[in-house]
Design a protein around this ligand. Structure first.
Ligand code: MV4
Length: 664
């Protein structure tokens, strides 16, 4: 077996590969960009080499540099993971030329699947079912029109050079065909530099079912069950599962055998996926073949009990397949949810920021978390915004869904917007439980997938108050930090008859709460209602009883931003200092922007002598002004922004050298 391999990737897949390699006693070399110097995959590897700046075009896509590192480090093989160089024929060739094993198929197999029409021709010859239609070289309008007539309507025009849903156009009637063809050709010429089209019968309610295949160097092939990846959004997979619900044993076998034939037709070696469109009547048609290990491979691992990276390493080394077809068994049901940094309420706009609080569900036989990040890491614009894959397993699909819903409730992230609440709604939606799986699922069930908040406003406010009060109590005892807002003496008097005010900003509205404390119980008055609150905080976990209803939430307070986590949902508010006046809880002690916002004023110059508490910069964010104050006496050494600049949360605004530092 190899003794040392290089992983030409980053993030969760690099970590996942290293984990298996280490279990097999193989050393791992990582590569990293400027942005990833402190990344988890670098820390996990035995050694790591810097390969360039943050943009992947200057780092993870630099084939020559990576091969150089492999040679320098003595790595015998390169695992490309997915994305980046994983399906790049020139990279696979370059490995071959340099006597480095490419842990993937031969470059000829990657090339064979690169063109849709060539792939279809190969599959047709191998006897793999194709969607009826036309995929010939003759692109004259007459031939295409004849192809359309034979195919029938509705039909789909697909760009030969397209992929991932790009360059497709539905045509409903022959009368529309000529115009649609001309438009599709123009688009494809612009987008892919190739106007060629193929024609397929359009399936209106298809499912995406794909087969995991594996081939060794002796030409033996097996299939390891299938995955249903129908739940997608704009051709991005969101939830995947194995096995595909409702697939008959007969269809499974026929599809599996067709997939192995497809792989063998191109002399495939290693892990591959053959994607099929599966129609309601049980028929299936070849769509495309992915010549890499896929993101969603863990669901296959969970139901087969096999480690696919271990299989890849063995096959790449030249070993025969670990199992024969008859030995491949599946058990139970697995689901995978992709946790992304994105905002479902803003059309899934990718989100960036610091994972300032990150708590993951416990891993066990039912729950697996594949991730490449840890608390404090940055989600940047440079790479895919996937934070983690959450994978669950149980004996039945229904039980697996319950596991997923619960595991999502235990996945808590603050600092970056995520799709966790959306995934929770999706997994818990009745049509999903009933396995109403089609590629239109998300579009067809929008009303279920953007639910109202799981905490009503008053309950959220009362819980927020409870969290803040209990956290302050616990910190009063231990805090010796003079800058801690919890160490302050003004404002609160406990056990007094005077109802203390508290101001919480939710969205754009400030809510005033009045709180009375008596014998460790609180009375919270808000919006004319009175709530009896009893609560206990243990680290970040709050057990509260509100008017006789026991409820538990987790919370994270960062500067003045409080996030409560409840049943997969979050409740967020900003906390004002409890004294009257515009000052807030946060500010002092930090020279960082407390949130995304704009600079309103800079009240210091480089070289100024400033005193503790002096306002240096004023920011506006979420309709409030925030004063950034000097934490101690010192001299301003740098100012990083000017009036009118937009800054993101956590950005250093100003640097001061404190008098202590000077003395030291
Ligand atoms: C189709 C189809 C319906 N009929 N082909 C989209 C991505 C590309 N690889 C193939 N795709 C489709 N091809 C025929 N003849 C519907 C889709 C399709 C789809 C397929 C799989 C997963 C999600 C999808 C979402 C929209 C459309």
């Amino acid at each position: 077996m190899f003794s040392k391999i290089l992983i030409a990737n980053r993030g969760e897949i690099a970590c996942r590969i290293i984990q298996t390699a280490h279990r097999m006693g193989i050393r791992c070399v990582a590569v990293y960009s400027d942005a990833d110097a402190n990344a988890r995959h670098v820390a996990m590897a035995d050694e790591a080499f810097h390969i360039g700046p943050a943009p992947s075009s200057e780092s993870y896509l630099k084939a020559d540099r990576i091969i150089e590192v492999a040679k320098k480090s003595g790595a015998q093989a390169i695992h490309p993971g997915y994305g980046f160089l994983s399906e790049n024929t020139r990279f696979a060739e370059a490995c071959e030329t340099n006597n480095i094993v490419f842990i993937g198929p031969p470059s000829s197999a990657i090339a064979a699947m690169g063109s849709k029409s060539a792939a279809k021709a190969i599959m047709e010859k191998a006897g793999v079912p194709l969607v009826p239609g036309y995929h010939g070289d003759d692109q004259s309008p007459d031939t295409l029109r004849k192809g359309a007539e034979q195919c029938g309507f509705p039909l789909l025009l697909k760009a030969v050079a397209g992929g991932g849903g790009k360059g497709m156009r539905v045509v409903e009637r022959m009368e529309d065909f000529d115009d649609a063809l001309a438009a599709a050709k123009r688009e494809s010429k612009n987008a892919f530099g190739n106007p060629d089209m193929l024609i397929e019968r359009y399936l209106t309610q298809p499912r995406h079912v794909e087969i995991q295949v594996f081939c060794d160097r002796d030409g033996h092939g097996v299939y390891l069950a299938e995955r249903d990846c129908s739940v997608q959004r704009r051709h991005q997979k969101v939830l995947e599962e194995a096995p595909a619900p409702g697939l008959s044993e007969e269809t499974r076998k026929a599809m599996g055998e067709a997939a192995v034939k497809a792989a063998q037709a191109i002399n495939y070696v290693g892990a591959g996926t053959v994607e099929f469109l599966y129609d309601v009547d049980g028929s299936f048609f070849f769509m495309e073949m992915n010549t890499r290990l896929q993101v969603e491979h863990p669901v296959t691992e969970m139901v087969t009990g096999q480690d696919l990276v271990e299989w890849q390493l063995k096959v790449a080394w030249g070993d025969p397949l670990p199992l024969e077809q008859a030995q491949v068994k599946t058990r139970g049901h697995a689901l995978e949810a992709r946790i992304y940094a994105e905002d479902p309420d803003q059309d899934f706009l990718p989100a960036t920021g610091t994972l300032r609080y990150l708590s993951t569900p416990d891993e066990n036989v039912h729950v697996r978390v594949d991730t490449g990040v840890t608390e404090g890491d940055e989600i940047s614009i440079h790479y895919d915004p996937m934070i983690a894959k959450l994978i669950v397993w149980d004996e039945t699909r229904d039980q697996a869904i319950n596991r997923m819903v619960q595991a999502l409730e235990h996945y808590r992230i603050a600092g970056v917007k995520t799709n966790i609440r959306f995934l929770h709604a999706l997994a818990d939606a009745q049509p999903f439980r009933e396995a109403e799986l089609t590629t239109g699922f998300i579009e067809d069930h929008r009303e279920l997938l953007f639910p109202k908040s799981r905490l009503d406003l008053h309950k959220g406010l009362v819980l927020a108050a409870g969290f803040l009060l209990e956290q302050r109590k616990s910190r009063e005892v231990v805090s010796t930090d003079p800058w801690s807002p919890f160490g302050r003496q003004n404002g609160w008097r406990m056990n007094s008859e005077y109802a203390q005010p508290m101001h919480l900003l939710v969205g754009e509205e400030v809510h005033e709460l009045k709180i009375l404390e008596r014998d460790d119980r609180y009375q919270v008055m808000v919006g004319g209602s009175i709530y009896h609150l009893n609560c206990k905080l243990d680290d970040d976990s709050l057990q509260a009883v509100i008017n006789g209803h026991r409820i538990s939430v987790h919370g994270n307070l960062h500067n003045h931003q409080l996030v409560l986590f409840y049943e997969g949902d979050t409740f967020q508010c900003n906390v004002f200092r409890e004294t009257f006046g515009a000052e807030e809880l946060a500010g002092e002690g930090s020279l960082e922007a407390p949130m995304n916002g704009a600079i309103v004023a800079v009240q210091a110059k480089v070289g100024d002598q400033v005193t503790a508490g002096q306002t240096l910069v004023i920011m506006e964010a979420m309709k409030m002004e925030h004063a950034i104050k000097a934490p101690a006496d010192g001299v301003v050494t740098d100012i990083f922004y000017a009036e009118g600049d937009q800054v993101s949360e956590g950005a250093e605004l100003i640097a001061i050298e404190t008098s202590d530092e000077e003395a030291a």
